[in-house]
Design a protein around this ligand. Structure first.
Ligand code: NI
Length: 194
């Protein structure tokens, strides 16, 4: 397993649409394992392959992991790997959640999305699945599917606010703020990262 470097917005790769995965083989299973390790290392709840520079339609999520008090490490919760995911139905309502993203460190914004989605996807065995997700998992999966289509959460907010956030990140990148992959997480906010 390996911790992979995460791309920080603005980055043209993050705006690129990822390609369908035709063969689910050992390399895809390894990628999923590395993505989980990378996500947990950054205390995130979801990660799309494009965020580690791989333009393939695969995302991982675990919104129920816990920090093991005595060890200080992470105990995984319910893990999902969604390959070639497609939203086939949504609840049509407007649910607001303050989102964040590992590719936009320390930036948060309220985003409106349906509270429930039915998703068709393939699992790591290549089996076709259909499942309805609600709550944080529904928000997270919609956020990650957006990534596969070259969309980041600030694309859902006003252009004024989006430009402000992207300008701030550009400045921070130039200053080398993200170069050392140090943890600067504010306790309690990690649950918003995807
Ligand atoms: Ni994200």
């Amino acid at each position: 397993m390996a911790i992979l470097p995460i791309l920080i917005a603005p980055d043209p790769i993050l705006k690129t649409k990822s390609e369908r995965i035709d063969t689910i083989d050992e390399s895809i299973r390894q990628l999923a394992a590395d993505m989980f390790e990378t996500m947990y290392n950054e205390e995130g709840i979801g990660l799309a392959a494009v965020q580690v520079g791989v333009l393939k339609r695969i995302l991982v999520t675990d919104v129920t992991w816990r920090t093991r008090e005595e060890m200080g490490d992470i105990e995984s919760g319910e893990q999902y790997v969604l390959i070639n995911p497609e939203i086939i139905e949504d609840s049509g309502d407007e649910h607001v959640y303050k989102e964040g993203c590992l590719s936009l460190p320390s930036q948060f914004s309220e985003v409106t999305r349906p509270s429930e989605v039915r998703v068709r996807y393939q699992d790591l065995d290549g089996k076709s699945q259909e499942q309805t997700f609600d709550g944080l998992l529904a928000t997270c999966i919609q956020h990650e599917i957006d990534h596969l289509n070259g969309i980041i959460f600030v694309d859902h907010i006003s252009s004024v606010k989006r430009d402000m956030i992207l300008r701030k990140l550009t400045k921070q990148k130039r200053a080398g703020v993200f170069d050392h992959h140090e943890h600067d997480h504010v306790h309690g906010e990690h649950c918003n990262h995807g």
